[in-house]
Design a protein around this ligand. Structure first.
Ligand code: NAD
Ligand code: TYD
Length: 354
């Protein structure tokens, strides 16, 4: 086994932040398998494209021959599985891709990893890890006074996205229980930060605010999410990978519940301050639109276990993290222009016109 981490979906939002962070902070090599769907972007990884410890492979996690060959050639000590279809609204419009990648793809990956792991020497078998990156959305929706989700909260996924992630979580659990594959699962709340595709609330609102376009808020805007700065999430994953107990799941969150409307107003104010408002505050662009079908009302994460067992806590506050994020989107015109052509424009047109 080599000191190599096999990352799936490392050209996406969280995956690319994780890969950059590991190359910078670790001694491990990273091999990144990514299909480069609309959400994958190799520009995110330009800074390390020529690094000796980094390799990019273009392909699908469901391509078992490709995955097998890669595992045999690179002999990783760990797999960190990010690859997924990740946008709830897209899952409502077309759930099939979510089943194909999140369920079938995870299954295919697990099968190939099980075979590879089965062929390792005893000591290597013990040291190997399969870390599955999941979401708080598998737990369903909370009432205003319900306690936050813990690791023992029963699964109650409500969207096709959440259902597909829940299914993949169950397969990971079963592979540990049945075959002894040394797995770890992390369930994280909403991330924000650089490289997030602007179909998700925070980057969409930053870019629309900056362009003077309407800021679409679903329903009454009082849905609550817990928000975590992406670099904190990546550190949490690295912590669980290094010291998490095999077979366990860890909730990761920012201790930071916010209503959507409050997030949107905060972004308006920061963009006004950074870009100037010429006497027309951007809060005036807020437009309440038709609600998302089955829209979960509230997510909240109890991240006590990871803090108590592994000593991880987020370091970024929402106030500092959101300022950094707004600034990054305002300063990275080229990245924005790159991802907001073609298929992006088509999505925005289809989704927000109906
Ligand atoms: P993303 O949509 O930005 O990126 C997904 C990446 O996976 C893309 O690079 C895409 O090209 C790749 N991919 C998709 N299908 C693939 C396939 N079949 N084979 C190989 N690569 C494929 O997603 P993200 O926001 O970075 O999320 C990463 C993971 O974290 C997902 O598993 C998601 O469920 C989970 N998660 C996300 C959040 C969040 O707030 N974004 C929160 C909790 C958990
Ligand atoms: P999103 O970023 O899609 O993440 P998730 O659905 O996984 O939580 O959405 C975050 C919240 O913002 C969610 O409650 C839906 C809401 N939202 C809007 O109000 N308007 C929008 O245009 C989008 C994309 C989301």
């Amino acid at each position: 086994m080599e000191n190599t981490i096999f990352v799936t979906g490392g050209a996406g939002f969280i995956g690319s932040n994780f890969v950059l962070q590991r190359i910078e902070r670790d001694s491990a090599s990273v091999v990144n398998l990514d299909k480069l769907t609309y959400a994958g972007n190799l520009h995110n990884l330009e800074a390390i494209a020529k690094n000796q410890r980094y390799e990019f492979v273009h392909g699908d996690i469901a391509d078992r021959g490709l995955v097998r060959g890669l595992l045999e050639r690179r002999k990783p000590r760990a797999v960190v599985h990010f690859a997924a279809e990740s946008h709830v609204d897209r899952s409502i419009r077309g759930p099939e891709d979510f089943v194909r990648t999140n369920v079938d793809g995870t299954f295919a990956l697990l099968e190939e990893v099980r075979t590879y792991w089965g062929g390792l020497a005893e000591r290597e078998k013990t040291d190997f890890r399969f870390l599955h990156v999941s979401t708080d959305e598998v737990f369903g929706s909370l009432g205003p006074n319900d306690p936050a989700f813990s690791e023992t909260t029963p699964y109650a996924p409500n969207s096709p996205y959440a259902a597909s992630k829940a299914a993949s979580d169950h397969f990971v659990r079963a592979y540990q229980h049945t075959y002894g594959l040394p797995t770890l699962t992390t369930n994280c709340s909403n991330n924000y930060g650089r490289f997030q595709f602007p179909e998700k609330l925070i980057p969409l609102v930053i870019l629309n605010a900056s362009d003077g376009k309407p800021l679409p808020v679903y329903g009454d805007g009082k849905n609550v999410r817990d928000w975590l700065y992406v670099e904190d999430h990546c550190e949490a994953i690295a912590t669980v990978l290094a010291r998490g107990r095999v077979g366990q799941t860890y909730n990761i969150g920012g201790w930071n519940e916010k209503r959507n409307i409050d997030i949107v107003e905060t972004i308006c104010d920061i963009v006004d301050e950074m870009a100037g408002s010429r006497g027309a505050p951007r809060r005036g662009l807020i437009t309440f639109v038709k609600d998302r079908p089955g829209h979960d009302r509230r997510y909240a994460m109890d991240a006590t276990k990871i803090e108590r067992e592994l000593g991880w806590r987020p370091v970024e506050t929402f106030e500092s993290g959101i300022r950094k994020t707004v600034q990054w989107y305002l300063e990275n015109d080229e990245w924005v222009r790159d991802v907001t052509s073609g298929s992006y424009r088509q999505w925005v047109e289809t989704h927000y016109s109906s």
